[in-house]
Design a protein around this ligand. Sequence first.
Ligand SMILES: Cc1ncc(COP(=O)(O)O)c(C=O)c1O
Length: 425
Amino acid sequence: MTGFMKFDISRELYSEAIKLMPGGVSSPVRAFKPHPFFVSKARGSKIYDVDGNEFIDYCMAYGALILGHANEEVKNAIKEKLEDGWLYGTPIELEVKYAKLIRKYYPSIEMLRFVNTGSEATMSALRVARGFTGREKIVKIEGSFHGSHEAVLVKAGSGATTFGVPNSAGVPKDFVKNTLQVPFNDVQALSYVLEKNKDVAAVIMEPVMGNSSLILPEANYLKEVRKITLENDVLLIFDEIITGFRLAMGGAQEFYGVKADITTLGKIAGGGFPIGIYGGRKEIMEKVAPSGDVYQAGTFSGNPISLLAGYTTVKTIEKYNAIERTSRKTKKLCEAITDDLKNAELAFIASMFCIYFGKTPKNYSEALKLDKDSYMKFFWKLLEKGVFFPPSQFEVCFMSFAHSDEDIEKTANAIREAYENSSRN
Ligand SMILES: Cc1ncc(COP(=O)(O)O)c(C=O)c1O
């Protein structure tokens, strides 16, 4: 940090945090060097740190906040509800209401279970896929991230890639011996693996990869994946924890016209509070306890505040047509900067975008070739200009409904200047 902004209080706090928490943080990708800034508050498109700096935020809590920070509708709903208490450990009416709303937009989700995080949702989705099929293997895509549980911590993208540890210590080999991997956008590799392995329960994938930079599916790839999984009688799990309520109300499944057998949702679906959801065909979900023999439970599952924040968020997105309007903002920003990037490239879809220091990747091994050091220089230059991008080339930028035209113009100028000063061209 060598620019004009002051980060004195953040630096001080970090020197204490590092003694108390691994890397000084509660989740790895937050720990950028030399130290992260500590946030005091956030409103709309802006996030403020303890030193009084203001940033236009494109991290948006890693995609959890499509309406921007502290959205009024969500805030008011929660404030009012807090009077009634916030945790009961019993069923509540909102579970039924929210489940119906989700089912309306995700016809492939006939039944669902509310859990607490995206990791819990994918962990449980894989368990029910295995319980339903009676098979043990799963196939994941190289560089996809489905949370930090054992079965999927192999070439897991995101924080794991940023810090150069694609496989985690502490995961016994036996726990991942049933996790097979194929590259994204490679239909033949998937066909081959499924033909060779007749004991695969499910293929799990992010339909649009958002944890190894942004990697878009090539034309017809997802339809082909659906066809191959059906031909091989293998379940298809779409991890829509990023894409759900973002690409379309019905997520990537609506956007690309492909139906999954099991879907996981999170992030936006909790309106900024912890949530995970997994759901799918009735016959599959009926395997889950207490109706079936696949056990999964949680004290905080179906948390009333998370459900209310999520439900209100989805209704607010609906009310303002926020997906389409936020997508237009993204297009506007991306089109404004495309010609200025020279050797860098850019891609966007709906409200997600990514500037690549290198070539636009089509799979994980191509993403690994991106110049992450130049990205980090760019990141710091941007921050000095009051724009907060995610602190890793392997993360994705998120526009929100709260970003204004003025924010977009300021961001476009900041990107041009920061890029000039950080690229190797
Ligand atoms: C696609 C995807 N799946 C699962 C997860 C895990 O979700 P959570 O962090 O809520 O456990 C993430 C988190 O970034 C994600 O991006």
